[in-house]
Write a protein that binds this ligand. Sequence first.
Ligand SMILES: *[C@@H]1O[C@H](CO)[C@@H](O)[C@H](O)[C@H]1NC(C)=O
Ligand SMILES: *[C@@H]1O[C@H](CO)[C@@H](O)[C@H](O)[C@H]1NC(C)=O
Ligand SMILES: *[C@@H]1O[C@H](CO)[C@@H](O)[C@H](O)[C@H]1NC(C)=O
Ligand SMILES: *[C@@H]1O[C@H](CO)[C@@H](O)[C@H](O)[C@H]1NC(C)=O
Ligand SMILES: *[C@@H]1O[C@H](CO)[C@@H](O)[C@H](O)[C@H]1NC(C)=O
Length: 407
Amino acid sequence: MLFSVVNMSLPQKIVSLFVISLVVSVASSEVKEKPLSEYIDRFTLLTGDALLQNANDSNVVFSPLNIYHAFSLLHLGSNQKTREELSSIFGFPENPENDTNFHAQLNQTLHSLQNLKDVTLAAAVGVFARKDLKLKPLFLERVKSFYNADVQNVDFSNTSTTQYINSWISQSTKDHIKDYFTESINPATQLQLISALYFGANWKFGFGKTNTQKEDFHTGYSLLKVEMMSEMSRLDYGDDPKYPFRILGLPYKNEDLYLYIQLPREDPKSANFANNFSAIYLTSLEAVETLKSNLVHVKLPRFSINSKISLENVLKKFGSTQILEAPQLSGMFDEKVDKLEVNHGVHIDVDETGTEAAAVSSISLMPLSASIPEIPKEFFVNKPFTFFIYSKSLKTIIFAGAISRVE
Ligand SMILES: *[C@@H]1O[C@H](CO)[C@@H](O)[C@H](O)[C@H]1NC(C)=O
Ligand SMILES: *[C@@H]1O[C@H](CO)[C@@H](O)[C@H](O)[C@H]1NC(C)=O
Ligand SMILES: *[C@@H]1O[C@H](CO)[C@@H](O)[C@H](O)[C@H]1NC(C)=O
Ligand SMILES: *[C@@H]1O[C@H](CO)[C@@H](O)[C@H](O)[C@H]1NC(C)=O
Ligand SMILES: *[C@@H]1O[C@H](CO)[C@@H](O)[C@H](O)[C@H]1NC(C)=O
């Protein structure tokens, strides 16, 4: 189990960092912040590669932005080698003098995102410390002022605590993530850092609810019957043979945000299209610039996916083992830490939502004029695909994923 804790008999002291993200349907915006992209890009690539390498037939969804924020919390409390490693992986400042500026900038970005029109983005940070653990005042002050953290002391030896933290998570994600911890939290835990992200937005165009029907989805391993949404609309479409995929951009109501879908040209049986996330991601960013507005008949499965992943392999991919095995976190508290666990959970729902709104505000809703018959491009997402939700102004990927199975 990804979220199971280490064997109870090990006298290890554990700090867990849980990153929880949630997407409900989709959305858009107008932010003019300094791009976080410089830092996040490289990190997104390596993370995607590490996560997809062993994913096989399963789905992977992650939020680069959310993971980045969660590690920045860790950075606030780290020192020595851990601080160095975090700095080199994420581009966090090495010199403590620069911390205030840096975290203030992240705070600003998150605030901008949270104030986007027509998008609900809510970030919640919970710091749950063992009841007698003395957190350092500077760390406390910073997690509260920069990340608006909810800091609490809890009794990890009390089995009700697991349920208590589950409720906190459920509340922070508007009840979309319930019972996050399926097993009792290890009583040896010193601290749990939890970063939860809720994201909900409506399509600018809409999928007509009455168009949805059961259709085939070829995983490459099996044939599934899925709820396939369908709509005809004018959308950003790309079919340049130099890319190994066709690409479609679905706008959210806040037009700064798009869901980009890459549909590989190759047969789904080869099923390894997503293994090189770097290649897909980089060429997608290039391809996105070349998309043309086209009449498109789009079919997209309605999907609701829970993805729970350990980020340990990601850190290892960056060449870091020290952070996991002997983290130096004396910026947070004085006790020695034996092990750091880092997990990331995302819930994403993509459905027709936005249809009602589209009736009022949509510009792109189909009707094709009778004068010039335009042959619609077909974009049928009936086999494994990748996607990302991208802020054009921030040049930042908020969510990314590779979907192999839709149930
Ligand atoms: C994916 O497949 C490889 C090779 O068949 C296997 O070693 C690995 O354990 C699989 N990964 C998962 C997550 O199932
Ligand atoms: C870090 O701080 C130093 C001195 O305050 C400053 O010269 C430098 O530009 C800062 N670096 C960053 C990346 O902000
Ligand atoms: C974080 O951003 C908000 C909104 O801009 C601001 O009011 C607050 O002062 C910032 N906090 C810090 C510590 O900079
Ligand atoms: C465990 O926590 C619950 C809920 O906070 C509390 O009612 C109960 O008394 C606690 N048990 C012990 C043994 O402290
Ligand atoms: C992934 O694609 C990139 C860009 O095409 C290439 O440089 C890299 O070697 C590829 N990696 C693997 C593992 O195939």
